[in-house]
Design a binder for this molecule. Structure first.
Ligand code: MG
Length: 302
C-alpha cells in the first residue's frame, strides 16, 4: 500500500492504489486555494490567493498564470453551462467568466448591504449558486484587505436567472467549504468559526435540502475534523466526503465515520477530483499543489 496513508476502516484500503502515491506537482505558491478541474480544457485552475492570481496547471506542461489580478479570488466552481464562477475577497462578490471571456459580477450584496468575503461556492443542478460568506477575507490584508463588515456571516443561495439572493442558514460563526451529496439531498458545510477571536471550529455540518431546493433543515454535527479544521471538501460518487484537514485529506463515509486519511506534508485548504474519470484527487496544501490517483471517482458535478 502507498506510503503516507492511514487506513482507519478496511473499506479505505480499496479506495487506494498500490502504485499510486502522493505526487507534488508544483510548489512555490504563497497559499493554494480554490481548485477546480476544467475537463474540456484538460487543466486544473487554482488560486495563489495572496499573490492575487489564478493559476493553471496542465499535465506535462506545468503551471502558468491564468488570470492576474484575480481580485483575491478564493473558491471557484463551474455552473451547468461550464462558466467559471469565483469568489472574490477584495471585491466581496461572486464573478462569472462568460464563454466569450467577459466577466460578470453576479452577486455582491444582500438586502442593500455588501457581502463580507465570499469564500467557497457550488452550483446545484437547477442552476442555483450556493456560497459561504464568512469574515476571513476582510479581516486582514493578506488574502484581500481589511474592510468593515456590514452583515453577519451566512450561507446564501443565488438564483442567477432572477437575481434573487437569500440566506439559507445564518447560525454560523464562519461558514467555509461546501458540497452537495451526489443526489443533492444533503449539503455539507464546514464551520470554521470566528478565527479572529477563537480557536477554529472543527465541524462539518450536514443539512437536508428541501425537494424544491429552496430551504434547508437540520444542520447538525456530521463530523469533527482533527487535527486542524476542514476548509474545502468534495464528495465522491458513492457519497463519501473528502475533507481538507491539518494533516492531509480525510475520507468520511455518509454516516460521518472516518474511513482513512491521506497524509500531506503541508496543511490542506482545497481539493477537487479531476483528470480522466475524475479519479485523480488534486490537493492544494499551503505552498504546494499535490495529486494522488484513487480507486474512486468524484461526484459527476463538484
Ligand atoms: Mg475556504
Amino acid at each position: 500500500m502507498a506510503d503516507g496513508v492511514d487506513i482507519v476502516d478496511r473499506r479505505f484500503a480499496h479506495y487506494l492504489l498500490d502504485n499510486a502515491g502522493l505526487e507534488a506537482l508544483a510548489t512555490g505558491f504563497r497559499w493554494v486555494e480554490g481548485l477546480v478541474w476544467m475537463a474540456d480544457a484538460g487543466c486544473l485552475l487554482f488560486q495563489d490567493l495572496p499573490r492575487d492570481r489564478t493559476m493553471r496547471w496542465i499535465d506535462g506542461a506545468g503551471v502558468s498564470v491564468y488570470r492576474a489580478p484575480s481580485r483575491y479570488a478564493n473558491g471557484q466552481t463551474r455552473d451547468r453551462e461550464g462558466r467559471l464562477i469565483a469568489c472574490s475577497h477584495l471585491d466581496r462578490c461572486l464573478y462569472r467568466t462568460e464563454l466569450d471571456g467577459t466577466i460578470t459580477r453576479i452577486v455582491d450584496a444582500h438586502r442593500g448591504k455588501r457581502l463580507n468575503a465570499p469564500n467557497d461556492v457550488v452550483v446545484k443542478s437547477d442552476g442555483s449558486v450556493w456560497f459561504s460568506d464568512p469574515l476571513y477575507g476582510i479581516s486582514n490584508d493578506f488574502e484581500g484587505e481589511r474592510q468593515p463588515s456590514e452583515q453577519a456571516p451566512a450561507l446564501y443561495r443565488l438564483d442567477p436567472a432572477t437575481g434573487d439572493v437569500r440566506v439559507m442558514a445564518s447560525d454560523f460563526a464562519g461558514p467555509n467549504g461546501l458540497a452537495f451529496s451526489p443526489d443533492e439531498s444533503r449539503l455539507y458545510v464546514a464551520e470554521t468559526g470566528d478565527q479572529a477571536h477563537d480557536d477554529p471550529e472543527q465541524l462539518i455540518r450536514v443539512f437536508d435540502v428541501a425537494a424544491d431546493g429552496l430551504s434547508l433543515s437540520g444542520g447538525g454535527h456530521f463530523h469533527t475534523i482533527d487535527p486542524g479544521y476542514c476548509d474545502g471538501l468534495r464528495v465522491d460518487d458513492d457519497g463519501n466526503v473528502w475533507a481538507s484537514a491539518g494533516d492531509g485529506v480525510h475520507c468520511i463515509d455518509p454516516h460521518g465515520a472516518l474511513l482513512g486519511r491521506i497524509l500531506v506534508p503541508q496543511r490542506v485548504a482545497s481539493l477537487c477530483f479531476g483528470d480522466r474519470h475524475r479519479s485523480r484527487l488534486f490537493i492544494g496544501a499551503s505552498h504546494t499543489l499535490y495529486a494522488i490517483y484513487l480507486n474512486r471517482r468524484g461526484a459527476a458535478w463538484p
